[in-house]
Design a protein around this ligand. Structure first.
Ligand SMILES: [Zn+2]
Length: 179
């Protein structure tokens, strides 16, 4: 027995990297088994246990079962965030952060959790300069090794897809306003 409380858990080997829009090295499978959200019946997306360990409220953490992977419900209308079989469910209120894609009407909820970008800060930059550097800034930070999406992003994976979507929405609204 060593004096340390945690077993060392080596990270899974990242898949071969190609030059893509993705920002992080860890790419979980897109589909979460045959499991559907017990509430809304949407197919979940796989997240690792460490994501729950980081984002579920401390008082709820003892309820996280010891399995490697969980499912994340991506339906914005559904308040279930994580599930694993019918019985294990963590809802929005069980997390210590707000989940961006489940709060589409709140522009202050992060879309990039590592560096704190929100629809509001992206909009502010576009309104001030006519463009946004958010995607480039995130990519630069990722290259520098400063990306922690597995433990900061409730989806447990790269945020760049979400960021790109928000940039498109905000830019479209801005162009409309300028007409
Ligand atoms: Zn759901």
């Amino acid at each position: 027995m060593s004096g340390s409380c945690c077993p060392s858990s080596p990270k899974p080997e990242p898949p071969q990297k190609t030059e893509t829009e993705d920002c992080c090295e860890y790419h979980p499978p897109q589909k979460c088994g045959p499991e559907k959200c017990p509430k809304c019946q949407e197919l979940g997306k796989t997240v690792q246990r460490m994501t729950l360990g980081s984002l579920v409220r401390p008082e709820k953490r003892p309820q996280i079962p010891v399995v490697d992977e969980f499912c994340f419900c991506r339906n914005p209308q559904c308040d279930v965030v994580y599930f694993q079989s019918e019985k294990i469910i963590f809802r929005k209120g069980d997390l210590s952060v707000k989940v961006g894609i489940k709060e589409p009407d709140n522009p202050t909820v992060p879309v990039c959790y590592c560096f704190g970008w929100t629809p509001k800060t992206i909009r502010a930059e576009i309104e001030a300069t006519g463009k946004t550097t958010v995607v480039d800034q995130i990519k630069t930070q990722v290259k520098a090794g400063n990306c922690y999406c597995e433990v900061t992003n409730p989806q447990g994976s790269c945020c760049l897809g979400n960021v790109t979507n928000v940039v498109k929405q905000v830019a479209a609204l801005f162009r409309e306003k300028m007409r």
